[in-house]
Design a protein around this ligand. Sequence first.
Ligand code: NDP
Ligand code: BG6
Length: 491
Amino acid sequence: MPTERRSLIMLFGGTGDLAIRKLYPAMFKLYQKGNIRDHFAVIGSSRYKVDDAKFREMVEKSVAKESSDKKLIANFASHFYFVTHDVTDLAHYAVLKSKIEELDKKYELQGNRVFYISMAPNFFGTVAKNIKNQNLLSSDGFNRLVIEKPFGRDFESASELNNELSAAFDENQIFRIDHYLGKEMIQNIEAIRFGNTIFEALWNNRYIDNVQVTLAEKLGVEERAGYYDNSGALRDMVQNHIMQIVSLLAMEQPVAFKDTDIRAEKVKALRSLRVYNVAEASSNFVRGQYAAMGNGKEYRQEDGVPKDSNTETFVAGKLMFDNYRWSGTPFYIRTGKKLADKFTRVDVVFKKPLVDIFAFPQSGSAPLTANVLTIFIEPNQGFSLTVNAKNSEQGFHTEPVSLKFLEDSKRTKETPQPYERLIHDVLKGDGTNFASWPEVASAWKFVDQIRRVWDIQQPMFPNYIPGSMGPVSADELLARDHREWVYKLNQ
Ligand code: NDP
Ligand code: BG6
């Protein structure tokens, strides 16, 4: 039986897109599985004028596809309450406070409180301050703050925000969401690395030639131009998701499998990432913006995008760690919109054997290929390892064969979605899969240098065709090092 978690969840932005599309379905899954049951209550709030009954209808509608059991859904929704509240109006917090206290008693929540800010980022600091100053914090149970992305737009603004949050909450009470950390196969990186001698023993610059991380999206900017054009792929995907994945791949083995130890290692890894000077930033990072194709618009023609926008919809880069484990082994990363397909994968390319004894001139055998460990993050979940083996034909010829494990589609479908895992972790008080401030700070310091260079250099946009894997410069980045992307189009 799962342990029932007891808490009040105070959700700021309770009528927003994220709440409706992701948070309520995730909470319902936790309810269905018994992780939350009798002793929980959710207060949704926003400026919207709606009573509890109408709010519960919204919640029921948002979780309807999760179950055909209408009674279960109605019971779940009965734990939801709505308070109309403008977060900038101090007088409104008194109403929230009394509702929180009433529900705490009613559901015997023992003073446990989760404050989830699912609102535009400019409100994060104000709400955190008001939670504290208007006495919404409990003195008996736990108080936890959940913050959505983005966490600042550069190191300076992120530091300011962090100072505002730290004035109200301790670091171990702050849960910064990066939904990639809630993905099954991202969490599996640690199992693959630290659960297998065959990988961990070789996980260093002596045996690994390079590491490649690809987060490809098929869709364009869709309805989010307002946000996206001010952000771009570097801030939207690299600073957070990619840097988190890279830190999991690069970190040393944690002393124990617990949040403080794992975070400590991720921070150490990120701190040894080489922060580029101007010349290095401009040669080690390339950017792109998608062109028009068929009926599709080019990025600059999308609704809400300025006609002369220089916002990048694609980034590729080479990262170098200056530490004993990784010195000399590059980590190549790429991400973009309107690419060939929607998928996320990691390719770990091992070095070829130092001597290829099969490749004597008369053998006719092709040279040995590099072993590659591919971690399929999405949509497939699994991994493959390519090894060289003798083929079964007459003579002696080697060829690469693939050892592959893919989770079956039923289990993939049943895998908990990121927000279900992450909300569960918040209720447990487990910060493993959240970004700590030192991690966020290091990631910004790295990314800011690239941004600074790009802000003064005029790009030649648009420069890649939808359905491709980005601009030619992304291939050239590796070709320059006599390497190539493991994943190529039409594979
Ligand atoms: P929405 O704009 O859809 O929702 C914002 C919410 O805030 C609404 O409930 C709105 O209700 C409320 N709100 C706005 N102003 C006030 C105010 N002054 N006082 C009280 N409530 C207010 O945003 P999203 O749900 O899309 O995003 C929320 C957060 O989640 C953002 O940080 C975003 O970056 C992040 N995020 C969103 C994703 C998504 O898929 N939507 C994905 C990943 C992250 P009202 O106007 O009625 O007050
Ligand atoms: C979000 C970005 O963080 O991640 C979006 O803001 C992007 O631009 C999304 O589309 C991708 O997430 P996923 O889980 O669909 O790969």
